[in-house]
Design a protein around this ligand. Structure first.
Ligand SMILES: [Zn+2]
Length: 315
């Protein structure tokens, strides 16, 4: 049994596991999922037990992406009768389902979700004041309307990417699941565009196998293996991550750890990004600076909308 969300005791809010990963790596918050308690998202069920009746997290803190993160029941976790998260409904196929993400958000929200810590953090876990009968209050003061925090939407890019990658063997499913980003709605299948076909349409999630990552110490260039064809000529494709972009990133440490590991990695890695579309540019040749050559390139503008990861089975 995988949970679409869990109730975070410290934040007094329901979070997806992708929210939890995002918060764990965020240097601007003091969130640590190991010090939090995650409880059943079913309000009625949660109210029936004390806060020790918690769930466990899987893959909430690995910087290098391992599929598929989720909350799950501990052997001791109890639920009220009829709770849809009860373990007794577990079947053999549920085990395999741990390997795929089946909670498809229908919208990828481009502004970050704001988390408000309602409960003061205490030094040791377990002492957080908590009223088990209290249900989460309806908050309207956050930047999104309350509906934006329903499991149906996400502002964490890793979530739709995981849906795509872990279900790549089920094209019919990807073709039937809708995804909205900004004003654009399409199926997951259509929204994820192989990098070599980036000329087909603007504003999609582009992805491709990484050929090489150039490490310029404080900035990076990601070169893709596949080329874009224009007027019967092949052009290389890359995205550039500037020093300023990385330095100002709230998940800078985790990002640097991840990309530096990727630079040296022998494994097949893929890059997914949203928000920019590489365009044909003329750049000076290294060997002969008088000459220029064409390359499809873009400067990444938001690291929250870029992921480097393994993606078994996509090709
Ligand atoms: Zn429950």
């Amino acid at each position: 049994m995988k949970f679409d969300t869990a109730y975070s005791l410290s934040l007094d809010d329901k979070l997806s596991i992708y929210d939890v990963r995002d918060l764990n790596f965020d240097e601007t918050t003091d969130f640590d999922s190991d010090k939090d308690s995650f409880l059943c998202p079913n309000d009625e069920c949660r109210a029936a037990f004390d806060t020790s009746n918690a769930l466990s997290t899987f893959n909430a803190k690995n910087v290098n992406y391992l599929r598929t993160p989720h909350f799950k029941n501990k052997t001791s976790t109890r639920h009220i009768e009829g709770c849809r998260y009860t373990s007794s409904h577990k079947t053999a196929t549920d085990e395999n389902d741990d390997e795929r993400e089946d909670n498809f958000p229908s919208e990828f929200v481009l502004t970050r979700r704001q988390y408000e810590r309602k409960t003061p953090v205490v030094s040791t876990e377990g002492n957080v004041p908590y009223d088990p009968l209290k249900v989460p209050s309806n908050r309207s003061s956050v930047s999104h309307s309350p509906n934006d925090s329903t499991p149906d939407k996400t502002s964490v890019f890793a979530h739709p990417v995981e849906c795509f990658v872990s279900n790549i063997d089920d094209k019919d499913k990807l073709k039937s699941m809708p995804l909205k980003i900004g004003d654009h709605t399409a199926s997951y299948w259509t929204f994820f565009k192989k990098i070599e076909y980036l000329q087909d349409n603007k504003g999609l999630i582009y992805w491709g196998k990484i050929k090489e990552i150039k490490d310029y110490t404080s900035s990076f260039r990601i070169d893709f293996e596949k080329k874009v064809w224009l007027d019967k000529k092949p052009y290389s494709v890359n995205v550039y991550l500037s020093k300023k972009l990385i330095e100002n990133y709230r998940k800078r440490k985790a990002f640097l750890e991840q990309i530096k590991a990727a630079v040296d990695s022998e494994r097949a890695l893929y890059c997914f990004f949203y928000g920019v579309t590489p365009k044909l540019q003329q750049v000076p040749s290294k060997r002969n600076p008088e000459q220029t050559f064409g390359v499809f390139s873009a400067n990444i503008e938001n690291l929250d909308h870029l992921i480097i990861r393994e993606a078994p089975g996509v090709e």
